[in-house]
Design a protein around this ligand. Structure first.
Ligand code: AKG
Ligand code: FE2
Length: 313
């Protein structure tokens, strides 16, 4: 037996812009090589990055140590309109949201900011300070999850709507009760829900750029419209389990200088909290998105909270 990698599947030719897209998972994820991210990228490279993002849902760049917040923001503006840092959480500047293990850990499956009507289109996350071990992040492809559903479940999901809120129950997902006792985490959680948002979204949204159908779920879901708590719980896990099947995911091991960009309209993610009390810090810039549209053309409905200050429509 010869141990030989199938190099044809692993390598990808550099395009005319010098950009190489290397697929790293069967259903989601690619590494993009040959790019120095920044505000001055030429339009052909930006188009390649945009295409890779739409196809692979999450893309990774190594070796971007030269970037600072301004460079990250300048690059972000090439891809879209940066939102405010967050609807409720203050940022380190207007557009930069520190993802700081001393304030919170996103070790629960979610799509970002789904409690507002204008769900962000994408996020750009840059490693600043990494723990000596652990601290990987995993993304799941919500379009592939929909595509893989058997027809009866597709039919059910197509007509289903869910209520998303930021006043969700952290404790329900905590590994231990002591998670609840850390003062900084408690303060962050209070800030996070200082204004309560509630939005009804279709469980299946049609991607505004690719036309793909994708499941819109994650930990901000409180219930399904018209179902009781018990039914909502059972149905949520039935569908959510499809999203987070390991075959449907890609896991990234961060190195200094790494940047990840994900299509927030077609993914969920989970930051793995396996680095004890070590410090972990990344900076996120979020790109504005539009109001989700269901398969019948109906748009998401705000029940509570005005997100106009977060991003324009
Ligand atoms: O810490 C991470 O890797 C991701 C955190 C997160 O959920 C986010 O940046 O939206
Ligand atoms: Fe997130």
């Amino acid at each position: 037996m010869t141990l030989q990698a199938d190099t044809s599947a692993r390598s990808a030719a550099a395009g005319s812009n010098g950009v190489t897209v290397v697929r790293i998972g069967g259903r989601i994820g690619a590494r993009v090589d040959g790019v120095r991210l920044g505000p001055g990228l030429d339009t052909g490279v930006v188009a390649d990055i945009r295409a890779a993002l739409l196809e692979h849902k999450v893309i990774f760049f190594r070796g971007q140590e030269h970037l600072d917040d301004d460079g990250q923001l300048g690059f972000a503006r090439l891809l879209g309109a940066p939102t405010a840092a967050h609807p409720t959480v203050r940022g380190s500047s207007t557009h930069v949201l520190p993802i700081d293990s001393e304030r919170s850990k996103a070790n629960s499956w979610h799509t970002d900011v789904t409690f507002v009507d204008r769900v962000p289109a994408a996020s750009i996350l840059r490693a600043i300070h990494l723990p000596p071990y652990g601290g990987t992040t995993t993304w799941a492809n919500t379009a592939a999850a929909y595509q893989a559903l058997p027809v009866p479940l597709k039919n059910l999901a197509d007509r289903l709507w869910a209520v998303h809120t930021n006043a969700f129950d952290y404790a329900a997902d905590a590994e231990s009760v002591s998670d609840e006792l850390d003062e900084r985490l408690v303060a962050y959680r209070e800030e996070f829900r200082s204004t309560v948002y509630e939005t009804e979204h279709p469980v299946v949204r049609v991607h505004p750029e690719t036309g793909e159908r994708a499941l819109l779920l994650g930990h901000f879901v409180r219930e399904f419209v018209g179902l009781n708590g018990k039914e909502s719980h059972a149905l949520f896990h039935l569908l959510q389990d499809r999203v987070i099947r390991l075959e449907n995911t890609v896991r990234w091991s961060w190195e200094p200088g790494d940047v990840a960009i994900w299509d927030n309209r077609a993914t969920q993610h989970y930051a793995i909290s396996d680095y004890d009390d070590h410090h972990r810090l990344l900076h996120r810039i979020t790109l504005a998105g539009d109001v989700p549209v269901g398969v019948d053309g109906a748009r998401s409905i705000t029940r509570s909270g005005d997100a106009a200050h977060f991003s324009a429509l």
